[in-house]
Design a protein around this ligand. Structure first.
Ligand SMILES: [Zn+2]
Length: 298
């Protein structure tokens, strides 16, 4: 299995265009920028899938040599996109893929509905390409090209803001507005977990992480009060669907074995800096911060 980490920042990226905070200032000075959360995964190194489609997708694809088309063709190795949520920083890039001859998009039922109604990417894309929308159900594995298998696990009912009032059948109670994925390889043992929006360390997370080789997880905020302290607001990270690094680290330390990598870092997070404070504490729990462009081969 191969993984290319395309982007490691939360919505807005680092630096964010309208932010002059210490972290954004540091990124502007040093050039140590981060693009928005996105991953590419392949079972055989030839057929590739994106997990999420970030607003930075075009430059992310151009920076990944394995995602280039064969010379003289439009035969892209990209087979489809799996979504972990309907958030704009995970879906705006779908429009960037409109030149595709064909595109498979995997999403849970509520996310799929949101992307056909509240934010109608589905109808828009259908004017440009043949998009196949496939429903993902937590706990039911999906077989993908190249011997890759993806199994979603539910992470919570936090809707994107644009879909706050979307009517639906019982969707207020649904826990699959946000999901993670566990990837396994046909005939192989490699297991990779991707969960960029982790609100709580639930039994479903515990099961997904068990026996994994690599776990990429939510590193949006360092502490639950980080955003409130930086912006003077009142929003705490659990209410925003993000378990702070300080609060997930003890769970990692209890489950040694996988290589843990924090991703989806908000631009207020000091861990987004080069040589961040607190790196030693992460290392002690078998964790580190993922970097844009990181290639993992298992
Ligand atoms: Zn900032």
């Amino acid at each position: 299995m191969k993984i290319r980490v395309l982007g490691t920042a939360a919505g807005g990226g680092l630096p964010q265009w309208n932010c002059g905070c210490a972290e954004c200032g540091c990124a502007r000075r040093t050039g140590a920028a981060r693009s928005q959360d996105c991953l590419a995964v392949s079972g055989d190194g030839r057929a590739w899938y994106l997990v999420n489609a970030s607003p930075d997708l075009r430059s992310q694809l151009l920076a990944a040599p394995e995602l280039a088309p064969a010379p003289g063709t439009r035969d892209t190795p990209l087979r489809g996109v799996l979504l972990t949520s309907g958030e704009l920083d995970h879906t705006l890039g779908l429009l960037t893929l409109r030149e595709a001859a064909r595109l498979a998009v995997y999403a849970t039922a509520p996310v799929r509905r949101a992307l056909h109604r509240a934010f109608p990417v589905g109808p828009l894309l259908s004017c440009y390409t043949e998009a196949d929308w496939l429903t993902v159900t937590p706990g039911e594995p999906v077989e993908l090209a190249g011997g890759l298998r993806a199994e979603a696990f539910a992470l919570g009912g936090k809707r994107p803001r644009y879909a706050a009032d979307l009517p639906g059948e019982g969707e207020g109670d649904r826990t699959d507005w946000v999901t993670g994925y566990r990837f396994t390889e046909e005939g192989g043992a490699a297991r990779v977990v991707y969960a960029p929006g982790l609100a709580d360390w639930t039994p479903a997370v515990e099961r997904a992480v068990a026996g994994a080789d690599v776990v990429l997880l939510d590193g949006t905020f360092s502490t639950a009060d980080e955003l409130a302290e930086r912006t003077g607001g009142a929003r705490r990270s659990p209410g925003m669907g993000h378990l702070a690094v300080r609060d997930s680290l003890p769970h990692l330390a209890r489950r040694p074995g996988p290589r843990y990598l924090y991703t989806h870092l908000n631009n207020t997070n000091p861990l987004a800096r080069p040589d961040p404070p607190g790196a030693a504490e992460l290392a002690a729990a078998g964790a580190a911060v993922a970097e844009d462009g990181l290639l993992i081969e298992l």
